[in-house]
Design a binder for this molecule. Structure first.
Ligand code: PEP
Ligand code: MG
Length: 607
């Protein structure tokens, strides 16, 4: 029987293939007593399994540095290596075997349970997420103990195979490259999970957070994975299959055609020049940005330099990174956002952030934190200014809310400039300073921004969070996170109109900038600068090339009148009803219906 599973599509594309279930080793663990005489060899069995996984991780690391795997892989493997070699995981289970005479698998999973509970109790969402890494490491060791070291059988290029797993570690995903898997699905994960990050950089269609895929899907069952529509169709009937084969062909053709647009200037049919810039997190991302035709970096999330590392980066270290990005972008502008630490991007060991804030998203985050830590802020500002001598660099300040805060920030920049000037260090004295519009108050009092700053950039991810009072990192309220809410649209429209009137350049750098269905709406609102994940650049460029701004204006008027009862497909979280047969759940409403609703209200625009 055919049925559909909904999840979160983290990597676009369509794949059609047969399911290969990845064993969920932690569910297969038996408990038995080991005879006293065998305890020593049972401990040794665990030691050998841990050693084998250590070797596996090391060889993956080696293969990675010689290959073309994304740079984050190294960091993921390091985290797994550290977890594996930590005595809480490598030694305590051995003691349990010796004392309780239990089998190695059981001791390991018991200890995993203890660690997972400890991680669950951590307030900080980033650290809490590391619980998944502990489980993935234990799964790897269990597979060796249970005699299934590689976890997956290699797929043949000619037979499309789709991996279905409860969860996958980034190390597992690395192996996809050589195995030619067509796509993958997982029960767990979110848009920001490691697996999702890896999937996006590998360009493999993927749907995560399907909740029940691993239990509902059977080995070798025919599947369609549609990463763009967040769905998995299990055992499709012939007509659906035929339709998807057609779609798949069109998608591949479209991808190839899009590549040809790399150097085309994004100009609308009525001759308006649009800027399409890239958002990056690490210097390595500029390669993908240039490949997809970015003519600048509109948002360099510099705080990623702080995460996944011991200690703080020095001024020189930061300077080198910023200079690398500026020169790597071959003269195109690079907008470096000052650290947006705090909330979900929590860094342990920094004063002020190490305390547990009652409401981290409303607390000492972003520029608030930087102003509270002037030394750290000055170090970064000096590093950015020094790099500005080597390229076209702008400074972007996140989460500003008031005139006083802008003035304090500008004073800090002047101070950093003065210290460099006194030391005779060259920098771009006319460097442009911009502010992010992420808080409704900033839109409502935007005059304070346009009068003081050189440019603005709307961070729609946070603007939505703060307008609708919906924590963007909390899965329980993700159905309320709605970029099409009239209040959100009105705020965005207001910000663009006011900035344009004041002749202050304004961009959108939140996820909405890369959302195809919103391009014409944003153009109609007067937006001319978009910054987005590099993977979306060419699709958005194509939409720009086929848009006539004059025709989109009535849509804006229509949309300010509309009441749109929709949630954004990207953060779709279904209400479910029991689904017959397999004890699973089926969503009540398809997001296609929702989009149709949006289209009817004038937002989707004709395709
Ligand atoms: C935003 O809030 O829209 C944004 C671009 O910043 P971040 O997602 O890093 O908070
Ligand atoms: Mg933000």
């Amino acid at each position: 029987m055919s049925f559909i599973l909904h999840g979160i599509g983290v990597s676009e594309g369509i794949a059609i293939g047969r399911a290969q279930l990845v064993s969920h080793a932690t569910l297969e663990v038996a408990h038995y007593t080991v005879p006293a005489d065998d305890v020593v060899s049972e401990v040794e069995r665990l030691t050998q399994a841990i050693r084998a996984v250590q070797k596996e991780l090391e060889s993956l690391h080696g293969a990675m540095t010689s290959g073309d795997a994304p740079a984050e892989f190294g960091a993921f493997l390091d985290v797994h290596w550290m977890i594996l070699t930590d005595p809480t995981l490598s030694e305590i289970p051995k003691r349990m075997i010796a004392e309780q005479h239990c089998n190695a698998e059981w001791a390991l999973t018991q200890q995993m349970g203890v660690l997972v509970e400890q991680f669950d109790a951590i307030e900080d969402p980033y650290l809490r997420e590391r619980r998944a890494d502990v489980v993935q490491v234990v799964e790897r060791v269990l597979k060796v103990l249970l005699g299934k070291p590689s976890g997956v059988r290699p797929a043949h290029a000619e037979e499309q195979t789709i991996l279905v797993a409860h969860d996958l570690s980034p190390a597992d995903v690395i192996q996809f490259k050589s195995h030619h898997f067509a796509a993958f699905l997982t029960d767990l994960g979110g848009v920001t999970s490691h697996t999702a990050i890896v999937a996006r950089s590998l360009n493999v269609p993927a749907v995560v957070a399907t909740h029940n895929a691993r239990t509902l899907i059977r080995d070798n069952e025919l599947l369609i994975v549609d990463g763009a529509k967040n769905v998995v169709i299990v055992s499709p009937d012939r007509s659906v299959l035929a339709e998807y084969r057609l779609k798949q062909g069109e998608f591949e053709l479209e991808r190839k055609k899009l590549k040809r647009l790399r150097t085309t200037r994004p100009t609308t049919l009525d001759g308006l020049e649009i800027e399409l810039f890239a958002n990056i997190e690490l210097p390595e991302d500029i390669e993908q940005a240039l490949e997809n035709g970015a003519t600048g970096v509109g948002l360099f999330r510099s705080e990623f330099l702080f995460l996944n590392r011991q200690g703080l980066p020095s001024e020189d270290e930061q300077f080198e990174v910023y200079r690398r990005v500026a020169t790597g972008m071959e003269g195109h502008p690079v907008t470096i956002r000052t650290f947006d630490l705090g909330a979900d991007k929590h860094k342990e060991g920094l004063d002020g952030l190490s305390r547990v804030a009652p409401n981290p998203a409303l607390g000492l985050r972003a520029v608030r934190f930087c102003l509270a830590e002037p030394r750290l802020f000055l170090t970064q500002l000096r590093a950015i200014l020094r790099a500005s001598h080597y390229g076209d660099i702008n400074i972007l300040v996140p989460m500003l809310v008031s005139a006083a805060e802008i003035d304090q920030t500008l004073a800090m920049i002047t101070r950093a400039k003065n210290t460099l000037h006194e030391q005779g260090v060259p920098f771009d004295a006319g460097i442009k300073v911009g502010g992010m519009i992420e808080i409704p108050a900033a839109v409502l009092a935007i005059g304070a921004f346009t009068r003081r700053l050189d440019f603005l950039s709307i961070g729609t991810n946070d603007l939505i969070q703060y307008t609708l009072a919906v924590d963007r990192a909390d899965d329980a309220v993700s159905h309320l996170y709605d970029p099409l809410h009239p209040a959100v649209l009105r705020l965005i429209s207001m910000a663009i109109t006011t900035a344009n009137k004041a002749n202050v350049p304004i961009a959108v750098c939140g996820e909405m900038a890369g959302e195809l269905r919103l391009t014409r709406l944003l153009l109609g609102m007067g937006l001319r600068h978009f910054s987005m994940h590099p993977a979306h650049l060419l699709t958005i460029k194509q939409r720009v090339l086929t848009s006539e701004v004059a025709m989109t204006r009535p849509l804006v008027a229509g949309c300010s009148r509309a009441t749109i009862p929709t949630n954004f497909p990207r953060c779709w979280k279904s209400s479910t009803v029991d689904f017959a047969g397999r004890g699973g759940k089926l969503p009540l409403r398809r997001f296609d219906d929702q989009l149709a609703g949006a289209r009817d209200s004038g937002i989707g625009v004709t395709e």
